[in-house]
Design a protein around this ligand. Sequence first.
Ligand SMILES: [Zn+2]
Length: 416
Amino acid sequence: MLFINYNLYVIIMTDNISEKEKFRLRKLVKELEAIRGRHTELVTVCIPAGYSFNEIVSQLRSEQSTAENIKSKSVRKNVVAAIDKIIRNLQLYKRPPKNGLAVYCGNVSEHDGDDDIQFWAIEPPEELNTKLYWCSQRFDLTPLLEMIEEKEIYAIICLDRQDADVALVIGKKIKSLVHMESIVPGKTRAGGQSSARFSRIREGLMHDWFKEIAEVSNRLLGEHKEIIGILISGTGPTKEYFLREELLHANIKQKILGVVDTSYTGEYGLDETLVRAQDLIKESSIAKEKNLIKDFLTELQKPEGLAVYGLAETISAIKLGAVSKIIVTEGMKQKNIQYQCGCREGELQINPEAMPKVCKDCNQSIKIIKQDDIADYLEELANNYGTSFIMVSSDTREGQQFLQLSGIGGFLRFRV
Ligand SMILES: [Zn+2]
């Protein structure tokens, strides 16, 4: 949700915001990140979840009196005014928002001598943990960027004879879903039991334990369709026995990236799995990229293939609503350029070096107003037309092949 009220922006993100809202927030954060103050006069205040605003306000008052000592008269005036605006806005809150608040305020006017003090407050989708007062030429958006960047989600099943953990890996964070403990005894039997009977009982208990782990994993991981890979880990050979029993559902099994040996289970085991699985994760994302490009090239070679390539061709197909998925190579040289000449204002997607200097129609020089990264432009365009957007690298052989085809292409919903 986005409320714009004069030059006061308050953005509230709930936990289950839509892709479109997420995209808008990402865009806003990028815009704020790009703002440069003319001087050290942009103020960032991060208020962690559970912090009292009264305390923050009194700290801001003390920052404000420190700011009174700033030598430059205009910087002093702007910083003091920004802090003042923050305090006044914080006092409007009846209670601190659930996840804390990120506040940005400062003079964003591009002309010396003018002031245009803007205020943004963002209630983040996850708990803010950083407490921050920062006055600089730019806003500090790191805590928000970490929250909203597209994160790949993996899962870990870490087990041995005694305990098992099922967890999600979201970005760099491990989120435990369940911890289980078994009643399977060790190999040494108690005196008086026959060895054959003991090992039969033990095998039965072990099988029940595996069934329990599999049932819980099938249920919990089945609920998370967004998981792109699963790691099986743990101490000793138990995890291999577990896999041999084939108790996981097919849709879970096909996401398994590999098996990782750890020295621990439990919380330490999960951490260890993630550290040791970096190569597996990297290989899997490279493999995914390679397969995607292979699928694209196959489609392109078919006589009636549903694929398009080239920047201009892909953009016009997206605008027809014909593209389901667009692939863009990292580091493309083209930009989205907004320009103005004597006869019009327009937009061109072109390598800036190839941009004409003079307009053929009015003979006047072409003035460039704004240049945006082509990937940002395409991502926004894709978002507006319900097209998914995927970035690939040119490091693989397939990536190189794709780059030779302009480095930009799309899968079509219908032929255009
Ligand atoms: Zn012109």
